[in-house]
Design a binder for this molecule. Structure first.
Ligand code: APR
Length: 242
């Protein structure tokens, strides 16, 4: 399946996007799936939207948590987690906030865009809190910061916000020393995640794209595997798992 044989000692890095969770039923951001009550998701995931109408943005996250809370990891998430559990050197860098890599069993995860099951103070108090899965009403989360009383917000990187510099640094370090990079289910249009693959490529990694269609990253990849991630990843990793 891969033109380059995977070796047991290979450092393998996954860069995942919304497409890896599509088979789990998590709606993507773009296109008709990204619409909620007629709003474009990319217009809701912004600091400006939260400042202008926090209730609307928080209500959208209640809806998303209810949806994501019903979704389970799929064979793509499990294949990566199994590889890690089998003792291989695997790191998953994800743009997804759905927590499904962790639920599948992966532990070496960098969540570039945060996690929908975490919240933090919108005024900057440092604590990051877990959203109780059994919160009442379902999908909602505590509203007031326990330290200062200001509104809590999702621990998510919104459009126009900076990624955590520590996450960027750790990702760059890993990508510059990885042997194989699999870019899975991302449209490759949102920066800086989209450009991370080039770090691995220029450092000599074998870059494989897994997607149902070609993307701006296809021309850079050494190999493109077109199809559903849940079908392709278990087959790609099979030689290292048997
Ligand atoms: N298997 C593999 N790839 C798939 C599958 C599948 N089953 N289904 C869809 N895809 C691909 C699509 O072809 C597309 O290229 O997944 C990609 C999803 O693209 P986007 O929805 O743009 O998701 P992503 O690249 O993760 O977006 C990046 O943008 O909206 C923000 O913060 C949000 O993290 C997100 C970021």
């Amino acid at each position: 399946m891969l033109k380059r044989e995977l070796k047991e000692e290979d450092r393998i890095t996954i860069l995942s996007g919304a497409g890896i969770s599509a088979e789990s039923g998590v709606p993507t951001f773009r296109g008709k799936d990204g619409l909620w009550k007629g709003y474009d998701a990319t217009q809701l995931a912004t600091p400006q939207a939260f400042a202008g109408d926090p209730e609307k943005v928080l209500e959208w996250y209640v809806w998303r948590r209810n949806l994501i809370g019903q979704c389970k990891p799929n064979p793509a998430h499990f294949a990566i987690a199994e590889l890690e559990e089998a003792g291989r050197d695997v790191v998953t860098i994800t743009q997804n906030i759905d927590n499904l890599h962790r639920e599948a069993g992966s532990r070496n995860i960098i969540e570039l865009h945060g996690n929908i099951w975490k919240i933090r103070c919108s005024a900057g108090c440092p604590a990051i809190l877990d959203v109780p899965r059994d919160f009442n009403p379902p999908g909602d989360a505590p509203r007031e910061c326990p330290t200062c009383g200001k509104l809590l917000r999702p621990h998510i990187v919104w459009f126009g916000e900076m990624l955590d510099p520590a996450d960027i640094r750790t990702s760059e370090e890993r990508l510059s020393e990885t042997d194989v990079l699999l870019i899975v289910g991302t449209s490759g249009v949102v920066q800086p995640a989209a450009s991370l693959g080039y770090i691995a490529k220029s450092a000599g990694a074998y870059v494989v794209e897994v997607n149902i269609e070609a993307t701006p990253l296809s021309s850079m990849a050494d190999q493109s595997l077109f199809g559903a991630a849940g079908e392709i990843l278990p087959r790609v990793f099979e030689p290292l798992l048997s």
